[in-house]
Design a protein around this ligand. Structure first.
Ligand SMILES: [Zn+2]
Length: 245
């Protein structure tokens, strides 16, 4: 199965990567859903919604500060480095991710489509055009404000109550519909509309290589190769960086 996957990647003319929370979790990032997910302990309605941000921006920023602090020591695992290597080998390899932690970029990848946004940047709530990296200065202020217009800054992640960024979603679907190979990593394929991306690829006769230690919603079919292992173990193999696990 692994040899077939390696061969498919080698031959693929238009491969695309699609990642979810499992990829981050392997680096030690706390994620939201699941048994030890953050939403078991914190309320998404208050802390990660557009109405929560308007009602109590300080509480929302305190929560983000906490998340950024815990993310500080998290580094991309071997699977990320393997994807960066694959990008350089293939020349063109877009990465669609549901994760907001920026680990793909941190690993040196380009053409990363963050469909749920990024927690590493913030922008002006009044949309004056100001946008910034979340530096330690901003993290220190209890309520960061826009230096241009004085409005509150907001983290650049998609909050509950907001639509996903239309341009990024439409490019993601376009890539899925036109790829010949979609490598799906660490996503349970349950959260829509992102979950539609692998199905769009399948409908257009692409092959899927799925890397996930647990069963997902993807169908059993000749076009779906499911490798039930961790991304950090398998991706270096698939990228030719390692010969054995
Ligand atoms: Zn502004």
């Amino acid at each position: 199965m692994i040899n077939r996957a390696i061969e498919l990647i080698r031959k693929s003319k238009k491969p695309v990567i699609f990642t979810g929370a499992g990829m981050s979790r392997e680096s030690g990032m706390r994620t939201f859903r699941g048994e030890d997910g953050l939403w078991k302990k914190y309320s998404p309605e208050k802390l990660s919604s557009i109405s929560g941000l308007k009602a109590d921006p300080e509480a929302v920023w305190n929560w983000y500060r906490m998340r950024l602090m815990t993310a500080k020591g998290v580094v991309p695992h071997a699977g990320y480095r393997a994807l960066t290597h694959l990008q350089s080998v293939k020349g063109h390899l877009p990465v669609i991710t549901q994760n907001v932690d920026g680990l793909h970029r941190l690993a040196g990848q380009t053409d990363v489509l963050e469909i749920h946004g990024s927690m590493r940047t913030a922008s002006c709530m009044d949309k004056c055009g100001f946008s910034t990296e979340l530096t330690s200065e901003i993290q220190k202020n209890s309520l960061p404000v826009c230096p241009d217009c004085g409005a509150i800054l907001r983290p650049d992640i998609v909050l509950f109550g907001e639509a996903l960024p239309a341009e990024i979603i439409s490019r993601s679907y376009e890539l899925a519909e036109n790829c010949d190979l979609l490598i799906v990593i660490g996503t349970s394929v349950q959260v829509w509309p992102a979950a539609g991306i692998p199905f769009a690829a399948l409908e257009n006769r692409a092959t899927i290589i799925e890397i996930n230690p647990v069963q997902t919603e993807l169908p059993h079919s000749d076009n779906v190769i499911s490798i039930r292992r961790k991304a950090g173990e398998i991706l270096p193999l698939l990228a030719g960086l390692k010969e054995k696990i």
